[in-house]
Design a protein around this ligand. Structure first.
Ligand SMILES: *Cc1c(COP(=O)(O)O)cnc(C)c1O
Length: 223
């Protein structure tokens, strides 16, 4: 892949998002692209920043910590999302580094985040991750517990949850899972839905995604 390939692919993805938004009868700008830069290094990420993208997703705290401080020095206005599982011993680093944490999925993490946010005086925006396909190997709170968990985050920990996030099962039609997440968000009184990846972001937009997390369609395969 030539150095400028990610920038060209970014444009293609942005065009596809705009078209899917229009087909769904949703206003321009109602879907945010989170460019998932995990496993890619600065030479691949820079052209995407130069093309104007400012919202990025990383799935590991340590990796993000190694890459992003220097990129943030070079580019203003970066918004970094944590989209991978968070261990409670990394909560302090996550609060310091990320602007949005999309993977709040259990009591202990909620408690640690609340404590760190008070300590650091920094309040990243938060999403609750739902294990929408109820898969044993996947992170996320069970769908049946999600609404109560959102409530408990507010009531017991003072955490304002902004939306829900999911990764549907690899196999099968993702649309019913996207639609189920949208239903849970309505029940919980939340307007934001982080759902849809390279293979299915158009379906997610049709089901109401307000942000899509797209990696390989922009940066290429991760090997
Ligand atoms: C890697 C990852 C993505 C992006 O996946 P692609 O298929 O490369 O677009 C989105 N969300 C999460 C949680 C991820 O870990």
């Amino acid at each position: 892949m030539t150095p400028s390939a990610p920038a060209a692919q970014l444009q293609t993805v942005q065009d596809r998002i705009a078209a899917a938004q229009k087909r769904a009868g949703r206003p321009d700008g109602s879907v945010t692209l989170v460019a998932v830069s995990k496993t890619f290094e600065a030479p691949d990420i820079r052209p995407v920043l130069e093309a104007g993208c400012r919202v990025f997703g990383e799935n590991r705290v340590q990796e993000a910590k190694a890459k992003w401080p220097a990129l943030r020095e070079a580019f203003e206005g970066v918004e970094l999302h944590l989209i991978g599982p968070l261990q409670s011993n990394k909560a302090a680093e996550a609060v310091a580094l990320f602007d949005v944490i999309e993977t709040v999925d259990r009591e202990k993490i909620a408690r640690e985040l609340a404590r760190e946010m008070d300590r650091q005086g920094r309040r990243p925006r938060l999403y609750v991750q739902v294990n929408i396909g109820q898969e044993a190997q996947k992170a996320g709170i069970a769908p049946g517990e999600a609404v109560a968990f959102v409530e408990r985050c507010r009531a017991a920990h003072g955490l304002a949850i902004e939306g829900l996030m999911c990764i549907p099962p690899l196999e099968g039609d993702p649309a019913p899972h996207f639609s189920a997440l949208a239903g849970l968000a309505r029940e919980a009184g939340l307007e934001k839905l982080s759902m849809g990846m390279s293979g299915d972001f158009e379906e997610a937009i049709a089901q109401g995604a307000t942000s899509v997390r797209v990696g390989s369609a922009i940066f290429g395969g991760r090997g």
